[in-house]
Write a protein that binds this ligand. Sequence first.
Ligand SMILES: Nc1ncnc2c1ncn2[C@@H]1O[C@H](COP(=O)(O)OP(=O)(O)OP(=O)(O)O)[C@@H](O)[C@H]1O
Length: 375
Amino acid sequence: MNRAVDADLTRRLTAALGSVQDPELRRPITDLGMVASAEAYDDGSAAVHVLLTIAGCPLRNTIVEDVTAAGTGVPGIRSVEVELGVMTPEQRQALKDGLKSRVVPFTQPNSLTRVIGVASGKGGVGKSSLTVNLACAMAADGLRVGVIDADVHGFSVPGLMGITQPPTRVDEMILPPVAHGVKVISIGMFVEGNQPVVWRGPMLHRALEQFLTDVHFGDLDVLLLDLPPGTGDIAISVSQLLPGSQLLVVTTPQSAAAEVAERAGAVAETTGQEVVGVVENMSWLQLPDGTRMEPFGSGGGAALAQRLRDRLDAEVPLLGSVPLEPELREGGDAGVPIVVGRPDSAASREIRGIAHRLAHRPRGLAGLRLDVTPR
Ligand SMILES: Nc1ncnc2c1ncn2[C@@H]1O[C@H](COP(=O)(O)OP(=O)(O)OP(=O)(O)O)[C@@H](O)[C@H]1O
């Protein structure tokens, strides 16, 4: 057959499969290792290989129907071929072990932690710098805050926070180092020196899952995730592992950057996540004579918020615009975020305002598990 894999459609298919639950185990089939492969093609067809736990699974028809319905529910996919296989004894054992240990505390019905993924369309717009500064500002405000550096290919959070010590291990549990009142975990704490991480989708998913299950953050008010730039596998994993999480989108005032960031925000359309707001970074530079220079133009943040509002049909505010300040970069290089080292600077004041608005924005119910039974 003359068809080619469509990567974007495949991501949407994978995200959609996260909504299919195994009828008996009541967990997403993607979490249970039941999806051996899933591919969507440029002719609108898709193929999903599902591994059943046992050969004569009585609920196989339900699974096939649910997978087909989830797949054909993705705009652009017209048909889904479902191939059924059976798990090997090893795969079944892994599933059983996983069911025992894999509990993500932040998705439990009684969890009060607000989880916010910080996303951007492309690299270098200041996503990581804003993540750590927002975290420090919230911690200074008395909130219990954790940060997961999910930008596994370009981890930078430990450096920005000045963390050099490795996490402490207690048996299976990992205790995150604390800096400036914030608990931080990063893949950078587990690799030797400055080695690049060359993991692909499933390993990234597993790494993130391990951070969420094995790292003991204790009770948190807010958990921020520094996501990799773009709309890759991690964004999908986050929505699957943390279905109630929200997204904060960072852009520069440049219109091209805002357009690219719109795609990152639009991932929310597929995953059903709430976009909690937009932050514009590098908005202006204050010159010594007091005038403002706008090296990256203006209006990108407001335009992006408007486009996301139209696209998602939801309220998406521009939460703030942070100026370009050399001290912000210097603070990052020194491991002392600017809100800690230079709290009176214009950038610090703006970031504190954003942190405040973010922490006090009412949390939507999208993706939350409610303890009610519909009649
Ligand atoms: N408002 C600002 N003023 C001055 N420098 C800034 C500002 N925001 C970010 N920077 C600097 O810009 C560079 C890129 O920022 P950062 O690493 O936070 O971006 P990023 O979007 O997380 O990039 P990546 O996704 O590639 O890691 C850094 O050197 C940082 O210090």
